[in-house]
Design a protein around this ligand. Sequence first.
Ligand code: PLP
Length: 490
Amino acid sequence: MTVMTKPEHIADRAMVNAPPLSPIRITKPDLLGVEDAKALDVARITDLFKAHINPGQLHFMKLLGFHKVKIERAEGMFYIDQAGRKILDFFGGFGSLAFGHNHPRIIEARKKFQDEKRQEIAIAFMSQYAAALAHNLAACSPGDLDMVFLGSSGSEAMEAAVKLAERAAGTKRPKIVYAENSFHGKTKGVLAITDGALYRGEFKLTDNTVRVPFGDIDATERLFRADPEIGVIVLETIQGGGGIVQAPAEYWQKLRALCDQYDVLWVADEVQCGYGRSGRFYAFEHYGVVPDITALAKSLGGGKAAVGAMIAKLDVYMKAYGAPKTAMIHAQATFGGMGEACITAIEALNVLYDEGLIDNAADTGAYLLERLEALRVKYPKIIKDVRGQGLMIGLEFHDFSQTLPMVLRPMVSMLDDKLKGSLSGFAGALLLRDYDVLVAFTEYNRNVIRLEPPLICQREHVDRFVEALDSLLSRGIVAIVKDFVKSQVR
Ligand SMILES: Cc1ncc(COP(=O)(O)O)c(C=O)c1O
């Protein structure tokens, strides 16, 4: 038998050269405190943003005039800036603020949880908070969408959805269909099904994906029929980043039938359009169909916590991860199901129903759409289309780069790279500067303004928004563009 011993020189060094146990004195770096952070002024925030966060993004903030604003507080439908200006929030964090800012019931639940010193991390013991949130999500979901994975973002929820679908579909059917103009997140996995050339850039993405035009049932069927390796289709029910785009109403029933016929799993990304925004809890409920897997995030955290969730049919889940051997393949990550995040989401779901916010999204959304349609009729040369459902509305301007008077064209072409010559950039900047209203832009269609106000939005807020937009558009395109360009050189 050979006895393994340490080579002599190593043993010697270990004994003789062991560093003396001297205490190390760590000096505290130059850290800002919480109160320092709150007190930073615009100039210093700008310096820090540039130095440590994203210097390129600052460029866009400057174009839009956002760099002059420091938000001190936020309440309900409004941000309040350093000068006490109340900014009406029709952006709503791309649908993350169903309850507006700092809903009192949600804040109370969080404070109580903290005062009671409850546990946060949910990866050692089973968490009562994660269990209750999963129960609630299953209760809000139709059919047997019963199995819940908790994470902390929409991308993470969609990563979980795609992985689950791919495993359940099996190795013989590894191909995933996604739609033109889709947005499912920027993490590496879901980037392969996100249709933005800028985002995909030169990354090496998984190549088991196939693109189809959004809402085109014939093209979808042709793909399913032609390629037996297709096992999964992933679609936003209403495309957000694509510019608030809906498929024809009859598409969804037909899609469900096709998926059943060809045994393809349907993943519905409801990260932006779900959670009551469309006037139903899930947008797919408008069509009387149920996907195999879905995902929520954004407002799920009540505007106070980062929570994302994948919700899957029991049989699909069991197929992929149902055995002890496979159970940990995609079990929740470190921050999945954190205590305070879960109780925030639990309270938020209760508020959503107690305050009738889904009905309000349907009613107030219909009113907003009606008032915008009237504006479209009033300004047919400026507004091309208004569309959407509930409080997920897109307002598309005509592309005016060719119709602008010759004198303005050089000015606009100078701005073109930055704003792509779209009126939405100019209008958004002036709405903020002159009317204290915040709206959102759209990744793939720069002519579209996205309106996703909190679901607590009332008719009076709609009136204020529409009057601001009306007043702005009444100046005419030439004045709007000139004013914007002037503000850039000031
Ligand atoms: C439809 C959709 N899916 C996924 C995501 C990604 O969510 P997150 O930004 O929380 O990672 C988004 C974000 O805008 C989205 O709109």
